[in-house]
Design a protein. Structure first.
Length: 246
């Protein structure tokens, strides 16, 4: 078994959504296997299905001056920020497929999120950053110590349609965390955010490319799949189905 990997580099958020939509359509048509889409996007605030604009602190004038768009999405969760230095990942997987911990015909969306968290936790470990899950707070968090509270290093929010997942995670690598001051991240006011750059003892700090390669490898490990990289969307969509999915 395998999944495909497509790395887009840095793109406008709208371009990432467009490419995601093409891959989702191909996945639903069963002409393409499971795919992990990785990218870095221009600054944007995204609202999930449970979001309220009250959690956007910055004024419309400030956001317009900074060139930051506000986009409503169909993913789960609250408001979050995407921007340079952050690894955005969209795992487009069929929950009816051969997936770890699957019981019955489908893997539950929450179980899928737990697998994503596990891959990100293992990736953070690659860079010397111990991280964890926190009950009822989806995502990946650093550990607390002394007077230091845990901080969120990766946010997660997915959408499921016809058993196909979309959207996914955002891992802060070298992100300018001051940009999170524009919002109440994920609607959680009593905890902060952090990045691999700040938390890792590695010198020099991890790069986005290193983080992307690590995350792809850890997804392969957690989902027990080989990772097949494609060089372009056209190449990916032209890839013949090598094995049955269901």
């Amino acid at each position: 078994m395998h999944f495909h990997l497509l790395q887009l580099g840095r793109v406008p958020y709208s371009e990432g959504l467009r490419i995601q939509a093409e891959i989702v359509a191909a996945r639903k048509a069963n002409t393409l296997g499971d795919t992990l889409l990785l990218m870095e996007v221009e600054p944007v605030l995204t609202l999930g299905r449970n979001a309220t604009r009250a959690n956007i602190i910055a004024s419309d004038e400030l956001l317009a001056r900074k060139g930051v768009e506000v986009v409503e999405t169909n993913r789960g969760g609250e408001v979050t920020y995407h921007g340079p230095g952050q690894l955005v990942g969209y795992p487009i997987f069929d929950l009816r497929g051969d997936l770890p911990n699957k019981r019955g015909a489908f893997l539950g969306p929450v179980d899928f999120v737990r697998l994503m968290e596990e891959a990100l936790i293992l990736s953070c470990k690659d860079f010397g950053v111990p991280t964890q899950r926190i009950c009822k707070r989806t995502g990946v968090w650093t550990y607390a110590g002394g007077s230091i509270q845990e901080k969120k290093i990766a946010a997660i929010g997915i959408h499921v349609s016809n058993a196909i997942t979309s959207h996914g995670f955002a891992l802060n690598v070298t992100t300018d965390l001051r940009d999170f001051d524009w919002i109440v991240p994920c609607g959680i006011a009593d905890r902060g955010v952090t990045s691999l750059e700040l938390e890792s003892p590695q010198e020099p700090p991890p790069t986005l490319a290193q983080a992307a390669n690590s995350v792809a490898a850890k997804f392969g490990h957690v989902f027990n799949r080989q990772v097949l990289a494609a060089n372009s969307l056209d190449e990916l969509l032209a890839t013949p189905m090598a094995e049955p999915v269901r």
